[in-house]
Design a protein around this ligand. Sequence first.
Ligand code: ADP
Ligand code: MG
Length: 705
Amino acid sequence: MRPELKAPRESSGEPRPASAATAGLTLETPLVDVSRISRDRLAGLHRLGLRSVGDLLRHFPRRFEDQRQRLTLAQLRPGLTATVEVVVAELHPRRARYRHMELLQGEVEDATGRAEVIWFNQPHLRKVLHPGDRITVHGKVVRGTRGIPKIQNPEVERERRTVAQAKVGVLVPTYPETARVTSRWLRALIADLLPLADTASETLPPEVMEKESLLGLAPALRQMHFPEDQEALAQARHRFGFEELFFPQLAALLSRRQRMAKTGTRSPYEVNLAREFVAQLPFSLTDSQRRAAHEILIDLDRPSPMNRLLQGDVGSGKTVVAAMAARMAIAAGHQVVLMAPTEILARQHHETLRSLLAPFDIWPRLLVGSTKAAQRREILGGLAAGADRLLVGTHALIEDDVLLPLLGLCIVDEQHRFGVAQRLRLRDKAAANPDFLSMTATPIPRSLSLTLYGDLDVSQIRELPPNRRRVVTRLVEPASRDQAYQFIREQVAEGRQGFIICPLIEDAPGLEVRSATAEYERLSQEVLPDLRLVLLHGKMPARDKAERMRAFAAGEFDLLVATSVIEVGVDVPNATVIGIEGAERFGLAQLHQFRGRVGRGEHESHCLLFTDDQDPAGRARLQALINHSDGFDLAEIDLRLRGSGDPYGLRQHGFPEMRVGDLLDDGLRERARAAAERVLSRDPDLRDPILRRGIKGYQVVFEFD
Ligand code: ADP
Ligand code: MG
């Protein structure tokens, strides 16, 4: 994924004299061939995604410790983030409420006093830490329960810093540790290999380097690991930050430029047809639906292929807009497909399109994994002959034997769940480049969408249909559980229905099914035996799920108990209450999606956030959900509340990780974009092999040749 470091572009004579540590090594040398790395540690490095010496030099420290700022335990105060050198006094492994979550609690001491420590989900620490060990911990200090401070989930360095390491200066790099790779060991290894940074060839073009006054690659690599001072570190970070914002935008702009140069299909904007479509709707369109439809219809009328994203909260009425686009493309003689990520969603779209387009004598076909062979043959025949014009389905519709000779418009729901590869297969079914309309209910703040979706034009629906009510959202503490169940019972007594979402169990979807099943049994036997409950989870066969969903929508059950895999977009207007168990474990975007399942009808709706977590950060997120109802606002808040790791959910979008760059830095992002535009105007096909290498990792998210 990450840009590789290659040997110098122009050979400037002999390579620099290598020290003993780097003899025979280059940046391309696989780590397996570096003799001083044992097999054991090699496995650890591989787990970190590091394969070559070059990768290692781009594995940047998580933070730097300023050696002048060491504290003693007596100096700790709640709210500080501190580094202390301590001795482990006692350790007590614990298991948390959810089985997979491990806690390690204990106390540490130094000459000045004691502190509590607690680690979450770091099982390897249990094996390597023992009372009496001298360790350095770095973490947030909170108020303890035993009259002494408490250090929460600190980073640990197991070995004592020796005098030899004084060579690293005041700013000591600290690397993320894994079971076999300690920060200290990495620091020493990288220090020895760092001279090879001088053989790295520059990845940014000279004119960009100059205009932006960026630090060269080699010195930047050195300063990232062993900075001379804060200023030098800031310059190095600026360079890599710029680079990380430059390449995705360059890739996106290239993709857009190449698309605009292609000829595709046209569907003329027939104003009368649009009016006729709107006139037969049982409601009037919202202003933002109107605007979005207009933008799409203008795109369809252009000869270049459309690539537009339609963003709007669950229930904002995207499908209606998509149906209008389908209507126009079909009137122009094209075939249209709508691809959804799951069978339930595909069925629902099929149903919606059928009722919206029946007045125009357009009859959508449905193709999913469970479609019977005979029926499938019949559908494929109708499509291949061009007689059927509208196909709705799951990825079953990209199979090779699905022929769509007239394909002109592809509508993809929840497009981030499909990759570029699937998209290309769809495109290849068409004779000419078809138009693409992607739909998503995942709100992406504008600051991010410029980069993440830089190759797309975006239409947003930012208002809900007027008959919608705000969903009343509240916390349910353990003590008020019974009241909450009573509330659900009352809703059902009034003829309404509800959902219960079971806790998210990361890394153990198997457990999720078990816990949902257990919750279903507990609720139906002990808590709500008087209600009709139905269970839905991801491990059920698709047919089963579809049948249960249908029965629930038809009112044959009162309460649907589901794992978090329950499909986005499910439309049951009679459902007015949704309870989310372990609410603090979900991201804001997902909670907002869940909440969107209710409030789709005429009745006041409620979202109950079950939680027993007191962590202030988790509370802040739930509070944001209570205070805000707009998905875009919540997405912005989520960005600011989320900490380290993958703060922008980039991996979910298939993006290479951003390690230094900050997508929220508008100024830098705009400079990087301007630089990418300049580069492209000089080299429109991006022939420069160095730049090609820089955008390679983005080929999974942006389409370019
Ligand atoms: P989305 O796909 O954005 O989740 P849908 O298109 O499925 O939303 O619409 C959700 C529900 O709202 C559907 O039942 C639809 O018929 C209805 N709806 C859509 N637009 C409007 C509107 N302008 N006024 C009233 N109801 C609408
Ligand atoms: Mg929908």
